[in-house]
Design a protein around this ligand. Structure first.
Ligand SMILES: Cc1cc2nc3c(=O)[nH]c(=O)nc-3n(C[C@H](O)[C@H](O)[C@H](O)COP(=O)(O)OP(=O)(O)OC[C@H]3O[C@@H](n4cnc5c(N)ncnc54)[C@H](O)[C@@H]3O)c2cc1C
Length: 378
């Protein structure tokens, strides 16, 4: 046996799982088809929102609070800035489902927050334009994560804990044997007791039975150069989410002193396989995003300074797949555009599953077996 655990795919979740499994004394080999840090996967683009007030469901709150602590710890012992404590302001119509769910997730949670009416938003955050009498919920535990620094730091911890991380090593097959699992790469085979598959948008190529459950969706990131960058500094301008009709934006204050980043759910067609993703935005796409952004944040210019297209893999209920697929195979994928912030909780859970330890959180909502067509552990 070459290892106790092989981790396939060293994005955030895979790197975290590799670190934690190695920390628990397992012999871990992490395999990454690209370079150790790269911008082809789901974590590229300089920032990811962290929210504690969660429209995706109150059941996430304990995982979110625990993940926040873990991110702060990671930064504390690390080499670079990982978490910016900016707060996150969600703005929408009072009866919009997203805002109702945000408020439901806050009820009884103890999360420090404030509900603002339209006049208060106008007075405190004049950078935003309100279309109707929208309200805002300011989540003071929210903030902005630096994904590239975070993944680099997690991998550094994994190496320190004794994991072996091999880059430019593309896995082409996973075969279960009587005594374990054999992973085949271009360089040969590796045998282990357990494999964790965290291959993001490439997961269905390795685990075709999951193909029907996973959809690869493009997500656009854009950057705007405001006339007065100081008014978008994190000290005066929290990260934000805007929901208006079909438009869903999420934005980050200037972290570099000049550009404001806005993520945009363009609802573009999903792609059949990751390499089919067109990473450049057309001029028409840039204009459309700029128009929508300028309508909701009119103090940003109606022109995109920089834009790029990325992807994440979605499930039908926008809830991750975390669980055991067979005696030897554990999977963590389908993070559905909101998985980065939960990396610590998800990564810990994957390591625990592979090492046959009781995960700290109830993983039932994430079980692949909730889908009738999923392969399930015997
Ligand atoms: C534009 C955008 C904005 C987002 N915004 C937020 C946000 O604000 N907040 C938030 O919490 N989440 C956000 N997300 C979601 C979050 O970033 C993703 O859910 C998360 O990063 C997914 O991580 P992953 O490990 O599954 O995938 P990846 O990061 O893509 O990692 C998979 C890795 O597996 C490797 N791999 C694949 N196949 C193989 C193979 N055969 N052999 C070896 N290695 C392989 C890949 O090269 C890759 O490195 C956003 C996502 C996008 C795209």
């Amino acid at each position: 046996m070459d290892a106790d655990v092989i981790v396939i795919g060293l994005g955030a979740a895979g790197s975290w799982a590799a670190w934690r499994a190695a920390q628990q004394g397992a012999r871990v080999i992490g395999l990454e088809s690209r370079s150790r840090l790269h911008d082809d996967g789901a974590y590229a683009g300089e920032s990811r929102l962290f929210r504690a007030a969660y429209h995706e469901g109150a059941h996430y709150v304990p995982m979110l609070l625990s993940s926040r602590e873990s991110w702060l710890d990671l930064e504390l012992g690390g080499c670079s800035r990982i978490f910016h404590d900016t707060g996150v302001l969600s703005i929408g119509s009072p009866d919009a489902p997203q805002l109702e769910q945000v408020r439901a997730s806050l009820a009884g949670s103890g999360i420090d927050h404030e509900v603002l009416d339209a006049d208060e938003i106008r007075a405190r955050y004049p950078q935003h334009g309100l279309i109707t009498d929208e309200i805002g919920v300011l989540d003071r535990l929210g903030g902005v994560l630096r994904p590239e620094s975070a993944v680099a730091e997690i991998q550094r911890r994994a190496l320190e804990a004794g994991a072996e991380l091999r880059d430019h090593t593309d896995v082409v097959a996973i075969d279960e044997t009587a005594s374990g699992v054999t992973v085949t790469t271009a360089d040969g085979t590796i045998d282990a007791a357990q494999v964790i598959v965290t291959a993001g948008a490439w997961t269905s190529a390795l685990l075709p039975d999951l193909g029907a459950l996973l959809e690869i969706k493009p997500l656009a990131l854009t950057w705007f150069a405001p006339d007065d960058p100081r008014s978008f500094d994190a000290a005066v301008f929290p990260a934000f989410i805007r929901d208006h009709g079909e438009t869903h934006l999420f934005g980050v204050p200037t972290l570099d002193g000049s550009l404001v980043k806005v993520g945009y759910d363009a609802k573009w067609e999903s792609v059949d396989e990751p390499d089919a993703l067109v990473r450049r935005m057309t001029l028409e796409q840039r204009d459309r995003v700029a128009r929508d952004v300028h309508r909701l944040v009119p103090t940003l210019p109606a022109a995109v300074s920089r834009g790029s297209v990325h992807m994440d893999v979605f499930t039908a209920d926008k809830t991750a797949l975390l669980g055991r697929l067979s005696e030897r195979v554990v999977v963590g994928t389908g993070f559905s555009g909101h998985g980065f912030k939960l990396t610590p909780a998800f990564g810990d859970a994957l390591a625990d599953l592979a090492l046959d330890r009781e995960p700290r959180f109830d993983l039932a909502p994430f079980a692949p077996s909730r889908f009738a067509t999923a392969p399930v552990a015997a």
